[in-house]
Design a protein around this ligand. Structure first.
Ligand SMILES: Nc1ncnc2c1ncn2[C@@H]1O[C@H](COP(=O)(O)OP(=O)(O)O)[C@@H](O)[C@H]1O
Ligand SMILES: [Mg+2]
Length: 243
């Protein structure tokens, strides 16, 4: 009982903090604009509106993530599996993240022998967005994010690796980062925003798809690898990779 209450308290305090920070800045910047409209030049007004827009997006992202968590934990979250050509989905994700992180380079190496994958498009997109966004977010300007897609050794799974040369992750934190609301305290995570829900959601989705996710970080080079079974639900049972 104590741990449930403790978890609940942690949850409320994290969520309140995550909601309060963007709301405070939205209120602050709109108040400034209303009170000092005539004194502000166009440049400043634009800058303030930009902040209001960014912080609103942050709130929307948080609410969407929280809904994802609640849905994933209930049995109502249906996955719709279809034969899917994953290359355009990954390309689309890359271009969305690229637009957000214009100072990073992105390199996609997609093995041409990959067959269509039996997967849920939206959930697959969610996995890719979280990993590629993190790779860009936790690395510096003028670095490259690599996405390598190959057949896994057992040939019944597709292996998707997302690599960055950013801040790196200590081995002791490998497990922690996949848990709810966990962020690693370092100068960069303090600077960039996040709720610590992305990897928890990602791992949850991957495992519901009978896949696996792992991380390896060596110095500043970090690779997240997702293994997903290629075949249909019946094939999942046989897929060697998910054992
Ligand atoms: N590519 C990465 N390089 C270094 N640290 C990472 C990377 N991806 C995730 N992390 C660490 O794992 C934590 C959890 O990630 P995530 O669940 O996506 O939450 P968020 O990005 O909202 O903080 C991050 O706060 C960060 O400390
Ligand atoms: Mg994240």
């Amino acid at each position: 009982m104590e741990t449930i209450e403790q978890n609940y308290e942690d949850f409320i305090s994290t969520v309140s903090h995550e909601l309060r920070t963007p709301l405070t800045s939205i209120r602050g910047f709109s108040q400034t604009m209303l009170q000092s409209w005539d004194k502000l030049d166009d440049e400043s007004k634009k800058k303030f509106l930009k902040i209001i827009e960014e912080q609103s997006n942050r709130l929307i992202g948080l609410v969407e993530n929280m809904l994802s968590v609640t849905k994933l934990q209930s049995s109502k979250d249906n996955f719709v599996y279809k034969e899917t050509n994953i290359k355009p989905l990954i390309e689309q994700t890359v271009s969305i993240v690229k637009n957000q992180y214009k100072t990073r380079d992105f390199e996609l190496n997609f093995n041409k022998n990959i067959p269509p994958v039996f997967t849920d498009r939206d959930k697959f997109q969610q996995i890719m967005t979280n990993l590629i966004e993190n790779a860009a977010k936790y690395s510096d300007d003028n670095t490259t994010v690599y996405i390598d897609v190959n057949l896994a050794d057992c040939a019944e799974c597709v292996s998707i690796k997302v690599t960055d040369t950013g801040i790196g992750i200590d081995e002791k934190d490998y497990e922690k980062i996949f848990t709810k609301f966990s962020r690693i305290d370092n100068p960069l995570t303090r600077k960039v925003q996040g709720s610590g829900l992305g990897l928890f959601i990602t791992k949850n989705i991957v495992e519901k798809m009978h896949g696996q996710i792992s991380v390896k970080s060596n110095g500043n080079k970090t690779t997240f690898e997702v293994l997903l079974p290629l075949g249909s639900m019946e094939d999942y049972a046989r897929a060697k990779c998910s054992q």
